[in-house]
Design a protein. Structure first.
Length: 215
């Protein structure tokens, strides 16, 4: 088997930040008299593009001005609170297991690059990745295009890559480029939503690495 390369998702996968996301979302929703939501609500409704998530919570299509306010407020509040988020319980174990396999690993997030660099460094794991890749443009979109650019920047053949993330969008992005995918059941979606993607499911990050070794 050719050497694998794991592309890790950040929010909800390596970083256990769901409680922070919900607090920031509730702060932004409260401006419009919507919510509050809890973890079950979030997992029921969250989708990409993120604007569709708010449409679902509002029960209608939100306006451009509402979307701008919601998105900007969410990110402002999230960045204030994210210092309270820890790495997922077995993140370090999973990263070490990947290294022990002799594989490369990188991080691809839909968070802004300017913020991502600082928070990954603050968690002490920056040096473990060949590339830490976030967004330089608008937030809230789909991951597929960024996945292609990410692998091209690394000069990694998609057939060697295994994407590990916690959303159906991670699965769609992997399939868009022809990479394998393992979905982590510990982030932003209920298990049935992930199972509906037809991808292997890991209940821990360490299990995801074990599963990648058999692909």
């Amino acid at each position: 088997m050719a050497s694998r390369h794991i592309v890790w998702d950040w929010n909800g996968t390596l970083l256990d930040d769901l409680h922070v996301v919900i607090d920031a979302a509730n702060f932004s929703l409260d401006q419009f008299g919507v919510g509050p939501i809890d973890e079950d609500d979030y997992r029921d409704h969250f989708t990409r593009p993120v604007r569709a998530f708010y449409d679902s919570l509002f029960g209608r299509s939100i306006s451009d001005s509402e979307w701008t306010t919601l998105n900007d407020t969410f990110h402002d509040e999230y960045y204030i609170r994210v210092a309270n988020a820890d790495l997922t319980t077995d993140t370090l174990e999973a990263l070490r297991a990947t290294e022990d396999q002799g594989w490369g690993q990188s991080l691809l997030s839909m968070s802004p690059q300017s913020w991502l660099e600082g928070v990954v460094r603050s968690k002490g794991i920056w040096e473990r990745f060949k590339l830490v890749d976030g967004l330089s443009g608008e937030t809230g979109g789909l991951k597929a295009r960024h996945m292609l650019e990410h692998l091209e920047a690394l000069d990694i053949e998609p057939s060697r890559a295994v994407v590990v993330g916690d959303t159906p969008d991670d699965a769609a992005a992997a399939r868009h480029v022809g990479a394998a995918v393992i979905l982590y059941d510990g982030g932003s979606h209920h298990l049935p939503h992930l199972q509906g993607m037809g991808a292997p499911i890991a209940h821990t990050l360490s299990q995801a690495v074990e599963m990648a070794a058999t692909m």
